[in-house]
Write a protein that binds this ligand. Sequence first.
Ligand SMILES: Cc1cc2nc3c(=O)[nH]c(=O)nc-3n(C[C@H](O)[C@H](O)[C@H](O)COP(=O)(O)OP(=O)(O)OC[C@H]3O[C@@H](n4cnc5c(N)ncnc54)[C@H](O)[C@@H]3O)c2cc1C
Length: 401
Amino acid sequence: MDRVIVAGGGLAGVRAVEALRGKGFEGALTLVSAERHRPYDRPPLSKAVLAGDSDDTTVDTDWAALDVELLLGDRATGLTLAAAGGGGVLATTAGELPFDGLVIATGAAPVTLPGDGRQHVVRTIDDSLALRERLVEGARVVIVGAGWIGAEVATTAARKGCAVTVVEAADTPLAHALGPEVGALTAPWYAEAGVGLRTGVKVASVGDGHLLLADGGRIDADEIVVGVGVRPEVAWLEGSGLDVERGVVVDASLRAHAGGAARPDVVAVGDVAAWWSERYRRRLLVEHWDTALNAPEVAAATLLGQDAAYDAAPYFWSEQFGRMVQYAGFHAASERMVRRGDPADRGWAVAWLTGDRLDAILTVDRPRDLVQARRLIAAGTPVDPGALADPDVPVRQAARS
Ligand SMILES: Cc1cc2nc3c(=O)[nH]c(=O)nc-3n(C[C@H](O)[C@H](O)[C@H](O)COP(=O)(O)OP(=O)(O)OC[C@H]3O[C@@H](n4cnc5c(N)ncnc54)[C@H](O)[C@@H]3O)c2cc1C
């Protein structure tokens, strides 16, 4: 393999470049990315950057040593594949780029709402810096979506003295990610922070300085922020023959497929990749930092013809309303849930189990629980649910030998 292109310069893209060089790839390497910035971390965009505590989250890497051609401000617009294993040509705004190996790392883009009014999203550093200027004391800020991003933006806006209202279509915050029962446990955090929370409210469109609701109502606002989820950036792959469902379909080795047949010369990573998890026996599309950080190591190995599989238990965190919220595992098919501690207290957790197997854990201000549970989840160690429910027993001691 002489020429590899990485499409997308987020965390997954830069990690792919580092991993390829780290594994001894000496050929030509090009990174094409739509943003003009060098790859940077996004988690601070709704936290420290929005708060004004940081202006720059550029990923620290030695570009000269990596010997990469950086095409910043250019995007991939199409893909033509040669016969399986034969590489292809990437169409870009900088021209046609032939390759032997391709890493797809184009991430995801925020979903926006219908309507002509100004709506902020928080995906890029430019988005975050622009919104930051408008979060001034007394500004009426309405946030659509009580998900991870909505809660974090609400936290920061309230701290800056804005009058914040969060509007959510579901009956609780985080209903989609955690289920309504656990999501409801986070609802009191909003009132505590002086943030209005209106659940069960569907927004129809964004007008000039207001939201129109599906029931005919209207909410006026100085600033409207939309945090209703993201969509993988796959439109440019249309007509390429690659299998795309919600994201780019990849197997456990992160290898893409075309018409069901593996393409050893194309891999996908990060928010754009829908990967087959052997651990959970299903396809996962994980839009979190840890996956963008670690999956590229496997993708690079695969592209270089080595045997590798990505089989991690997903992990993410969120900082909201002065709390550190962390989650590890996957609980969609779990049999039951166990509470660890009282949600009225400062720190508590919820664990999901199937039989005596720990599937997942959510911790609030209990980072030690998270670390210990993550190990048990990764190893599949059986646990004693009774011990797990006792917040005074360390999670590791809940392991059954
Ligand atoms: C505000 C915010 C806060 C977050 N907070 C957390 C958190 O607290 N914890 C957590 O676990 N995760 C968090 N995340 C999620 C995490 O940042 C993402 O999972 C991660 O950024 C994914 O990295 P990626 O490289 O796959 O994609 P991206 O970061 O989306 O990077 C993809 C890059 O590719 C570019 N691109 C897109 N299309 C093309 C194209 N056709 N051609 C060329 N380039 C293209 C994009 O412009 C972008 O620069 C947060 C995300 C956001 C936005």
